[in-house]
Design a binder for this molecule. Structure first.
Ligand code: NOJ
Length: 757
């Protein structure tokens, strides 16, 4: 066996941990790479000291107490705990809570666990801190549009700082589900459609939440979710069945989880969905063989909310006892909310249907993480620290900066944007223009509407006193009637420019928020059409959690900004971009379809035997729709222009174990300082299994002054060129690879390399 130098992905995550690969063997046809080396424990505390403590504690525990450690219960949405849970805590029958937060409340509950329970084992407090705790950052899909892992890491770090100060020791994030279907409302919680970008963002978020040591007072334990395949829900309908080949699972849906594990994520949440006939929360292939066997994950697995009980509804388990047995056997260590482990495991053990060793193993995993978190030494939160840390001005400033970096300029005909700050008059129109609550987006932690800067407020703060800012909502987001249309049109007529802010409400994406239509809800498109018809130059600002089908707007309105749900500082960040204090540089992390009938549509698709050809009916296309997207993955414009030239490769031929350097000049040839995201894609031209037309393998966001030129360099190695062969082994096969370097998933400079034996 020859060891390959462990390599992190140098094409972006310069500080990420190695993802350890070894060559398993060399054959004439291919090099097989064994993907997976033991991941070093996250905590700097000596591992065997923790193991000794875990064993010592385990020896003292009754079965009831052991099952207590495997039980998570829910608090209330407002952060309080339920009085009926106090006695359970006192008896050591709960290991963790979700939603209970705020230093005072957490301490009250923790005090009972630590001072009144027999073994004094501290509780974990988990909460969905996806894009901020009190200071809210853009929704994760928005953050991913920044293509800036360092900014995303910073946002997660700030979220962790605030959350930990408020007694939250564990976030149910990052959500790393790949999503290729914008009907699925939870697309907003992840990083979009691409496994490479998704893996980079997964690493960044795990690092941001956990740091190098999640016991630190400014870090929390992270939880990569939802393991696995949840994003492939049929029809985009949440909780629906998924059916994925092992190849698609390994190549598309698993990589971001693997990246999270390699970055040291402490916990994993098992998903709700049925996966190829075995629900993900009872699936031994994914939970045992892959997660623990191949990836040597040594943290613990938490079920999603009542997902173990739902094994009955899935039709996998006949009753609660069977559900408990199947989930625990498969490797789900902690049960969220349903209480089947506590109820059924004692008699399952008595009947010989489950071993004590299986229970001990799960308890060990939970305790290990609690020790790594430093909970036994410092179980309490500090109320003064909470007051001092949440919503600090520098957190808001970071949120503003990251929100601006997340904005994608979709269209800018005639250079309508940026707007001048000394316009005579401006009409700000639309139901989301002066909205605080919806800017927070779904899963907004402890974020409060009253903290939010609306878009209207951001614009007002930006323009000079000589600009009159008119405002009219026009219509509601989903209203059937549009009572304010006439007023909005009147104001637009009087104004130099109209900014129309339209989109979705926060509840229209996130969990249980699937849509069958991707149109703007309610009468909003009519509102846009009416404003556009006034002849006043119109800018559409989109606020939404998923790609929308906006063909009419893209065809007619000269300027479009995609702002997602931009968070607490939404208004300032959007105004920064509208008026050119920040040049937009975000890129789409997900394809925008022209219409819902194109779904699923994603850039890294297979070629088919009959690629679309307009001259030939018998090729892969629609009778009534284009095959191309409205806006492709990786796309986004700027107020300046960039030119890529001089693509060079360090070698044209390489062996399967070798690396090649790809470099290109990027030059700002426009009038302003701005950012470009240089993107590297490959295509394996012919292989033993068919390969996608393109696959992202590297990117870098660079900032350049007018006239400035920079050389950007990527490295392609076996981890980029390899794929799972017919035997499901990760290999690099000889043959030609096309290399594309560009500014989106379409076009770019091209070259070829050949892998030879
Ligand atoms: C259910 C969701 O699927 C999951 O993402 C979340 O973490 C839990 N509820 C807890 O709120």
């Amino acid at each position: 066996m020859i060891a390959l130098r462990p390599s992190s992905d140098r094409n972006v995550a310069k500080r990420s941990r190695s993802w350890g690969r070894m060559i398993r063997g060399l054959s004439l046809m291919s090099v097989v790479l064994l993907v997976g080396m033991p991941v070093s424990p996250q905590s700097p505390r000596p591992a065997d000291e923790i193991e000794r403590k875990v064993e010592a504690l385990l020896r003292q525990m009754t079965l009831e107490e052991k099952l207590g450690q495997l039980q998570m219960l829910d608090g209330d949405a407002d952060g309080s705990y339920r009085p009926e849970h106090l006695d359970l805590v006192r008896r050591g029958l709960v290991g963790a809570f979700l939603n209970v937060r705020g230093a005072r409340r957490v301490n009250e509950l923790q005090r009972i666990a630590v001072e009144e329970s027999r073994l004094k084992i501290p509780l974990l407090f988990g909460f969905d801190v996806l894009h901020g705790y009190r200071t809210i950052f853009p929704v994760p899909l928005g953050e991913a549009s920044s293509w800036d892992p360092e900014a995303v890491e910073r946002a997660a770090h700030i979220a962790a700082t605030e959350a930990r100060a408020a007694g939250v020791t564990w976030t149910f994030a990052p959500m790393v589900d790949i999503a290729r279907d914008p009907r699925w409302g939870r697309i907003v919680e992840g990083s979009g459609e691409d496994p490479y970008l998704g893996s980079v963002m997964a690493r960044a978020r795990v690092r941001g939440f956990q740091g190098h040591d999640y016991s630190a007072p400014d870090r929390v334990l992270a939880c990569a979710k939802h393991f696995v395949g949840y994003g492939a829900a049929e029809g985009g309908r949440d909780y629906n069945t998924t059916d994925l080949s092992e190849r698609t699972l390994r190549e598309v849906y698993l990589p971001p989880f693997r990246a999270a594990v390699e970055a040291g994520v402490g916990t994993i949440m098992s998903a709700f969905n049925d996966l190829n006939g075995i629900p993900a929360s009872a699936n031994p292939l994914t939970l045992r063989t892959i997660l623990r066997g191949e990836w040597t994950f040594d943290g613990f697995v938490l079920s999603d909310y009542t997902a173990i009980e739902e094994l009955i509804a899935h039709g996998l388990a006949a009753d609660g006892a069977e559900a408990a047995r199947l989930a625990l056997d498969a490797g789900v260590d902690m049960e969220m909310v349903s209480r089947l482990y506590a109820r059924h495991v004692p008699h399952l053990i008595k009947e010989g249907k489950l071993s004590m060793a299986a229970v001990d193993e799960a308890v060990r995993r939970v305790l290990r993480v609690k020790f790594r978190l430093g909970l036994f030494e410092r179980p309490y939160a500090d109320e003064a620290r909470e007051r001092a840390l949440v919503l600090r001005p520098e957190h808001r400033a970071a949120a503003r900066g990251i929100a601006a970096r997340s904005i994608v300029l979709l269209k800018n005909d005639g250079g309508l944007l940026p707007l001048g700050k000394n316009l005579r008059s401006l009409a700000v129109i639309g139901p989301l223009a002066d909205d605080q609550k919806n800017m927070l987006g779904p899963w907004s932690g402890d974020g409060r509407a009253e903290d939010v800067v609306t878009i209207l407020a951001g614009i007002r703060a930006k323009v000079g006193p000589e600009t009159q800012v008119h405002y009219a909502p026009g219509c509601g987001i989903t209203d059937a009637a549009c009572a304010g249309m006439d007023e909005a049109v009147r104001l637009a007529r009087q104004s130099d420019v109209a900014i129309v802010v339209v989109g979705e409400s926060a509840e229209m994406s996130g969990e249980a928020a699937s849509r069958a239509s991707l149109d703007l809800p309610g009468r909003q498109l009519e509102l846009v059409k009416a404003i556009h018809a006034t002849g006043t130059p119109t800018v559409v600002v989109l606020v939404n959690g998923r790609p929308l089908a906006i063909s009419w707007i893209a065809d007619h309105v000269p300027a479009i900004l995609e702002t997602w749900f931009a968070g607490t500082e939404a208004g300032h960040a959007i105004a920064d971009v509208l008026f050119g204090d920040v040049t937009p540089g975000g890129k789409l992390p997900v394809t925008f379809p022209r219409s819902v009938g194109q779904i699923p549509i994603y850039y890294n698709h297979k070629m088919t035997g009959r690629p679309p050809d307009p001259r030939n009916k018998y090729t892969s296309k629609y009778l009534d729709e284009e095959v191309t997207p409205l806006f492709p993955f990786g796309y986004g414009l700027s107020y300046t222009e960039f030119r890529l030239t001089n693509l060079q490769l360090s070698a044209r031929r390489l062996r399967p174990t070798e690396r090649v350097t790809v470099s290109v000049d990027v030059e700002n040839v426009g009038p302003r300082t701005g950012d470009e995201v240089v993107q590297l894609y490959i295509r394996d031209v012919a292989a033993s299994v068919t390969r996608p037309v393109r696959e992202l393998k590297g990117f870098e966001r660079v900032t350049l002054r007018p006239g400035e030129k920079r050389r950007v360099t990527f490295t392609l190695g076996p981890e980029h060129l390899g794929f799972y062969n017919r035997q499901m082994r990760f290999v690099v096969e000889p043959g030609e690879f096309r290399v594309f370097v560009g500014t989106s998933s379409v076009g770019g400079l091209e070259a070829s390399i050949e892998v030879v034996q």
